[in-house]
Design a protein around this ligand. Structure first.
Ligand code: GTP
Ligand code: MG
Length: 195
């Protein structure tokens, strides 16, 4: 389980990355899907990662150390947020591109999708990219508490079909607010690290 989680630093670009051999798992997904809230849920800390009901809250890469050196998780800004200007979009794209293509410490990604909605083109491209470069992906379907029982399996199926889900990956449905399945996450992260 996650016993300790500590914020280490934020970085706007390569110069802010940490130089060591600690493995990292990056958390990606559209703005407002609940990446930061999920990090708080799995670490059992209310205010470790900053969250907001309006999209675009996370603007930098934020590095958190888990279990005193076991691994790091990296909270990233969401994509698909319309209200940022073009310069911010370019800077964000560059920052993520750099990190996802050249970071030696990156061993896996945790991609979050909102269980209520169909994945967007951005989601599809992101997942495709991970598959092309051979990165292992753990998909987390968030906001399970907002779904009617009848829609749960239906939506999961649709999401998988739209992103062309690779059955070797894991898809876990969670609720950050009611904490459904949050207890299963640590083992899946460790699996991602050891695969
Ligand atoms: P950016 O930093 O903008 O990319 O967003 P984010 O993906 O980090 O989202 P954040 O964690 O800030 O959460 C966005 C909103 O969704 C907040 O109002 C959260 O309380 C809410 N939220 C997150 N997870 C859940 C969930 O599982 N269920 C419900 N009902 N709300 C959630
Ligand atoms: Mg965030």
């Amino acid at each position: 389980m996650i016993k300790t989680a500590t914020f280490i630093k934020s970085a706007a670009d390569k110069s802010g990355w940490i130089e060591d051999n600690m493995p990292e798992i990056c958390f990606v997904g559209r703005s407002n899907v609940g990446k930061s809230t999920f990090i708080n849920a799995i670490t059992n800390q209310n205010k470790l990662a900053k969250t907001s009901s309006t999209p675009g809250k996370t603007r930098l890469l934020n590095f958190f150390e888990i279990n005193k050196g076991e691994f790091r998780i990296v909270d990233a800004p969401g994509y698909g947020y319309a209200k940022v200007n073009i310069n911010q979009k370019v800077a964000f794209g560059q920052m993520m591109d750099d990190y996802l293509t050249t970071r030696p410490n990156l061993v896996g990604v945790c991609m979050l999708v909102d269980m209520r909605h169909d994945p967007t083109n951005d989601d599809k491209e992101m997942y495709n990219f991970f598959k092309e470069v051979g990165l292992k992906v753990l998909i987390i379907g968030t906001k399970l508490d907002k779904l009617k029982k009848n829609d749960i399996l239906k939506n999961e199926k649709k999401i998988k079909q739209i992103i062309n889900f690779d059955e070797h990956d894991t898809f876990l449905k969670v609720s950050n607010t009611s904490k459904t399945n949050i207890n299963l996450v640590y083992n899946l992260l460790v699996q991602l690290l050891n695969e």
